[in-house]
Design a protein around this ligand. Sequence first.
Ligand SMILES: Cc1ncc(COP(=O)(O)O)c(C=O)c1O
Length: 399
Amino acid sequence: MDAKLSLLTRLQHLGTAPCDENTPVAPVGLPSIRTSTVRFNSIEDLEETYRRKSRGERLVTYGRMGMETHAALEDIFCQLEGGKRCFLASSGLGAITMAMLSLLSAGDHVLVADCVYGPVRHLDNTVLKRMNIASTYVSGSSIDALEKQVKENTKVLYAESPGSLLFEMLDIPALAAFAKKHGLILVIDNTWGSGYAYKPLELGADVSVIAGTKYVGGHSDLMLGAVVAKDKAIIAQIDLSQYAMGFSVSADDAWLAIRGVRTLPIRMEQHARNALQVCRYFDTLPETRQVFHPAFEKDPGHALWQRDCTGSNGMMSIELDLSDKQIRAFVNALQLFSIGYSWGGFESLIQWVDRPTLENHAYWNRQDSQIIRLHIGLEGVEDLIADLNQALLQARAVR
Ligand SMILES: Cc1ncc(COP(=O)(O)O)c(C=O)c1O
């Protein structure tokens, strides 16, 4: 598709089958092809397919490697991220694991920004450790701290921006310059931007990882991950490992993700508009110590957000001066926010962030207050604010 067309236009047309005779447009134009086996007409046909495949053509040979639906989704992720090749995984964490296991070998060391999604630590402390791959957690905002921890065997710098829980904005161009200086591969978890609000590969990262489970799917009904890269040698490294490890995605989930992506821009913009209004509401409350949402003017990362992002989303955290009992009362009294871990779907969610997890982040330097993380959904924002307000009145009454 013509790369000069705007991303908005491309997202409406990618993955639609060419119109031969009365080809359906809705919902994707491509059927969700559920199959394990692909049949060949003759031995010569099979041989020719493999010959063309070895020259880099994306041809279907077996279900695990994906059908046309998967190829269309891979193309969409490449267009979103500005990458050359995408590898799908069955979840966001699967995509993170694929990237790490593809790019690291026994005896290597990985530097990890301390603001990353929690289960990355589990991966590092279990599977990578068992494979003799060491990891060191460092503030992703401090090039000095990274300089102190880089070793001869460091191969990868893994980060997430904005970071999980407090949405710490990292300076990706500065991290890319640091990675280049030391010959490291820079991998960024870009689930927050989902290829629409933020473009790590264009800012200098080598690999971008997205949990398609969140904004790409957008309807809280699928699990999906993607690894997108631009450099030939890195792509070859991931290709080998992905094939070896047998990552594969259900055709139905790939199909749902394509349907989701048609409305990704419009949904993210509405989530972002709603979230900003909720930030402003919290900012007026005497209990609020800090609002964490990079698109909000008072967020410490706002200048970096203005420089590097093209949009925002519905994620925010609020530091509140409330007791444990009051937080429980507040969260339990909400009618429109469900208590849940995920985000990126249509619905509003809330999570009481546990302190030990926060204390892993150098960005967090307080002891005595509470953090709640909110995902602001697509509901009417006035209803969400009224709900937050009634719950707060109930919490204030608790002693
Ligand atoms: C930033 C981030 N990356 C990756 C993931 C993992 O995605 P999944 O739940 O699809 O494994 C999550 C999940 O919450 C996340 O928040």
